[in-house]
Design a binder for this molecule. Sequence first.
Ligand SMILES: NC(=O)c1ccc[n+]([C@@H]2O[C@H](COP(=O)([O-])OP(=O)(O)OC[C@H]3O[C@@H](n4cnc5c(N)ncnc54)[C@H](OP(=O)(O)O)[C@@H]3O)[C@@H](O)[C@H]2O)c1
Length: 345
Amino acid sequence: MRILLLGFGNVGRAFCELVQNKKEVLRSSYGIDCRFTGIATRSRGCVSDPGGIRIQDLLEKDSSTGRLDSGASGISALSVDDMVSGMEYDLLVVCTSTTIRSPEIPTAYIRSALDRGIAVVTSNKGPLFLACRELVDLAKRRRTHFLFEAAVLGGTPFFSFARHCLTSSKILSCEGVMNTTSNYILDLMLSGSSFDDALLDATRRGFAEADPTFDIEGWDSAVKGSIIAQALMGAPPVSLESIDVQGITQISVGLLQEAARSGGALRLITRVEANCDAVSVSVRPEVLPAANPLSRVHGTTNGALFLTDTLGEIFVAGGGVGPRHTAYSMLRDLIEVAELIHAKK
Ligand SMILES: NC(=O)c1ccc[n+]([C@@H]2O[C@H](COP(=O)([O-])OP(=O)(O)OC[C@H]3O[C@@H](n4cnc5c(N)ncnc54)[C@H](OP(=O)(O)O)[C@@H]3O)[C@@H](O)[C@H]2O)c1
């Protein structure tokens, strides 16, 4: 499998490391022999080598600042556009920065690869928010695959869970704790921190998005809700402004304590509901009773409760946060793509 990787930041590097570490398992258990034939960044250059880039050289270089094309690891390549549209490869992996208000560039890269019949895996929420169904449909028409497990709930199985474990079920609703930064802040506040100190701690630990207002004002959760609505319930894309969003900035310690005293917890809940012909998405802090499993989703854990026509309620949760967990979701997608390609032959 020849991989073209876009983005060599936290997730891109973690993905390369994971693919290296799992090389033998990928080969012996799944018959996959992976080669990175191209890696592209926005400002640090691009490298390509049809024989396979020496990933270890790149990983050992200064991680996030040096130019990729300054050493011996592969030859200097074309522009990102030319790589995506002109190179020969089997899988495009997109882990470029999420820009929700202007996701056109990564969306165009994904569209270009799918249009050529090449499979795509992404952790970038922007193109999914803008055009999830369009891209899924394009993949189907071109008889290829588009998977995005890493975009919601980090390393915790979510879309793959729905695809493989809720087969033929109708998902009536999905509610979840989907933003780690907010969840972590709420727990720290309950144990005595101020909001500002808790946010600082979340930022230092690397959970928070580059702009933390995106997390704490609920926008990240809203984007995820919209992606779920499109991917699992057939809803059209919506603008951010049309989603009913309330973040955690107005939450007081008193409210958190009151919820805890009643045996439950206050969590930032993303709710996606299919009602008649429409799908609604909302984000708001809610006091959950102890009986709701989401009330036990604490700290850096995330979780989702599906309501289906077959099983009733079913719950998934996990501690999947950060680049390594995200990279694992992408590896899971890579294996699924390889199996689907193999099954077609
Ligand atoms: N970090 C996490 O735990 C996590 C969890 C779930 C999902 N995600 C998503 O995964 C993606 C990557 O996150 P990250 O933490 O790795 O971000 P990051 O460290 O900021 O890295 C982003 C990378 O994308 C490159 N890039 C940006 N625009 C590009 C373009 N147009 N063409 C080519 N390369 C481009 C950047 O290049 P430069 O180096 O030149 O700037 C950088 O190498 C984001 O979409 C994020 O929302 C991250």
